[in-house]
Design a protein around this ligand. Sequence first.
Ligand code: PEP
Length: 248
Amino acid sequence: MMNENAKTGVTKKTQYVVSNWKMNGTVALLNEAIAIWQKAASHVNWIFCPSATLISYTKTHFPDVILGGQNCSAKTSGAFTGDISADQLVDVGGTYVIVGHSECRQNHHDTNADVAAKAVAAQQAGLIPIICIGESEATYIAGQTLAYLKQQVDESLVSVQGEFLLAYEPIWAIGTGKTATLDDIAGVHSFLREQLPTTPLLYGGSVSADNARAILAVDNVDGVLVGGASLKVADFRTILTSADKNVG
Ligand code: PEP
């Protein structure tokens, strides 16, 4: 049955919206925003990825929110100070985990092989990995985006067999206010769809209240991964509402 809110002219089976709070956010913001966002996201697969310090609190106070971690170790336990295992995320109520975010690839030197190992560890623990890929500005300008992404997909998905989401996040668009053009997004997502016919494909990179609706309407875009705008109550509400209206 068609969602009564479907007024955008676009009908999609599912719309994912992942909020990545990165190393931001407090209990106070969470308490202010969550109920508002839950109401806006009634037809959306909204996956909330706060800092690990907030996962347990969210689960306790807002048990219906679907939660994800921002990273996990490929190891199950042991002497890995500062790391978090997939089992630990499950223990506090996690369902998803982001792996291969470009900030982890850059700051922690995660390779494609590391990302694949983390995704497999996540699946073994019962989590659904959200695997991120994306090219640098130099690769984009050189016209090498698709070849680069093909290699990232091949190498970051080694032994990944169960359910996962794939997020295309051009590095040069993350946190910069620059977004890929709708044509670029359509081209990349169509290329990814050929390789991954049934995988939910998300776009990330400076998604905002102003551009979310147009991005979510692009063919083969099944959702968005949102960083900065997911910390702004009204903006993120608008993004969720844009996604909600597409679900039919
Ligand atoms: C992200 O955190 O993956 C991201 C896309 O951030 P932003 O929306 O701020 O560009």
